[in-house]
Design a protein around this ligand. Structure first.
Ligand code: FAD
Ligand code: DHB
Length: 391
């Protein structure tokens, strides 16, 4: 089987790239190792930047997002028992939209299947080979071996995928930082405590209070990296969320049924070698940000848009320059998101017992709460820096 672009992985990067290529008349095959139900129910991100939403609209896949997504002007910040509102919309314009990643995935999968584009589930890519004139993928499709040849390969297969391993070790330029903490995330049947998401900085650590609708909340607790989920009963989770979010200006957190829980490690990683011959890396396969600031999904989509633009220039005008510049185009935006996520992470989490660290963090939080200049600087990145559109 031959295609112009073989896409490994049906996450946000792979699915948005497939749609953009389809609109440009460029053929692709999407290969996804999991089944449809798994990728459509996996609970992960939820905050979309303004440019991400604008792109999804332009791609014609935003009907449900426009109906069900919640438009947020900024977020709340709570520390020292006091709540502050950061209204980025008023200061820099634009909105963030709260819409669960798996809902976006569902919308793109439905669109792909409706438009007849090949999307194979239970299709695990086991090997990638590239030569100067083509790429070849070895695939295990539900137990049946399959070979696919392509002009180009888009590695959209997440941090643990196979595509990055295709780049020779001596060519890889990688940067990485791990944090001694993880996020314990829950979904619960409760009303949100504030009308927009809230980050709470407390001496016990961070808590995050987000939502998925008027009666479903998504909340996170900073926990040690080696945490066993089994040690966290519902009561212990609610007690800790309540302590960390206690304030003198809002009622205590509402408790309810917890129906989903997971642990996510905190890591910063960038593989600057985002391309090798006919292979390009997108999204989590090339970089991971800590979740504070909600950038991961958005970076996956901006990489896809950059690659789609470059492939469009190649196929329509024979112009290879944008493909050659792919990594150099993506990396500045990736590093700015890394810097933003690192700033939020180190300010909002308790990462040391040193009282001086806490005082320095409090001073930075106070500046964020009191200074519109600080808020504008945060808001520009939170709502989303611009990226090249797909053609
Ligand atoms: P993925 O979504 O990981 O997709 C990769 C796909 O490739 C998977 O479906 C996988 O099954 C498939 N695959 C892997 N290997 C193979 C193979 N060999 N063959 C075929 N298929 C393969 N980001 C935000 O922007 N906002 C947020 O609010 C946010 N919150 C988060 C909260 C949590 C708790 C977590 C864990 C993450 C969060 N993120 C957030 C990050 C975001 O979820 C990821 O950055 C995003 O999923 C990356 O998309 P992707 O398409 O690059 O990779
Ligand atoms: C959510 C995720 C994040 O990573 C974050 O920083 C804030 C909110 C969420 O899932 O809603």
């Amino acid at each position: 089987m031959h295609t112009q672009v073989a896409i490994i992985g049906a996450g946000p990067a792979g699915l948005t790239l497939a749609r953009m290529l389809h609109l440009q008349g460029i053929s692709s095959i999407v290969l996804e190792s999991r089944d449809r139900e798994y990728i459509e129910t996996r609970t992960r991100a939820g905050v979309l930047e303004e440019p991400t939403v604008a792109l999804v609209r332009e791609l014609g896949v935003a009907d449900r997002l426009d109906r069900e997504g919640m438009s947020h002007n900024g977020f709340y910040l709570r520390f020292d028992r006091t709540t502050h509102r950061l209204d980025f919309h008023r200061l820099v314009g634009g909105h963030a939209t709260v819409y669960a990643q798996q809902e976006l995935v569902k919308d793109f999968v439905a669109d792909r299947l409706a438009t007849g584009g090949p999307l194979l589930f239970d299709a695990t890519v086991t090997a990638v080979e590239t030569t100067s004139d083509r790429a070849r993928l070895t695939v295990d499709h539900a137990g049946t071996p399959l070979e696919i040849t392509a002009d180009f390969v888009a590695g959209c297969d997440g941090f643990h995928g196979v595509s990055r391993a295709h780049i020779p070790a001596d060519r890889l330029r990688e940067y990485s930082r791990t944090y001694p903490v993880a996020w314990l995330g829950i979904l619960a049947r409760t009303a949100p405590t504030t009308p927009e998401g809230m980050y709470c900085a407390h001496e016990n650590g961070l808590s995050v209070h987000s939502m998925r609708g008027p009666s479903i909340t998504r909340q996170y607790l900073q926990v040690p990296a080696d945490t066993d989920l089994g040690d966290w009963s519902d009561e212990r989770i609610w007690d800790e969320l309540t302590v960390r979010s206690a304030s003198d200006d809002h009622p205590e957190l509402e408790r309810g049924e917890i129906f989903d829980r997971s642990l996510a490690p905190l890591r910063s990683y960038v593989c600057e070698t985002m391309q090798h011959g006919r292979l390009f890396l997108l999204g989590d396969s090339a970089h991971i940000v800590p979740p504070t600031g909600a950038k991961g999904l958005n970076l996956a989509v901006s990489d896809a848009s950059t690659l789609s633009y470059a492939l469009g220039a190649f196929y329509t005008a024979g112009d290879r320059s944008h493909l050659d510049d792919y990594s150099a185009t993506c990396l500045p935006r990736i590093w700015k998101a890394q810097q933003f996520s690192w700033t939020l992470t180190t300010t909002l989490h308790a990462l040391s017992d040193d009282p001086t660290d806490w005082q320095l963090r409090r001073a930075r939080l106070a500046r964020w709460a009191e200074s519109e200049a600080e808020q504008s600087a945060l808001g520009e990145v939170y709502l989303g820096l611009p990226f090249p559109t797909y053609w």
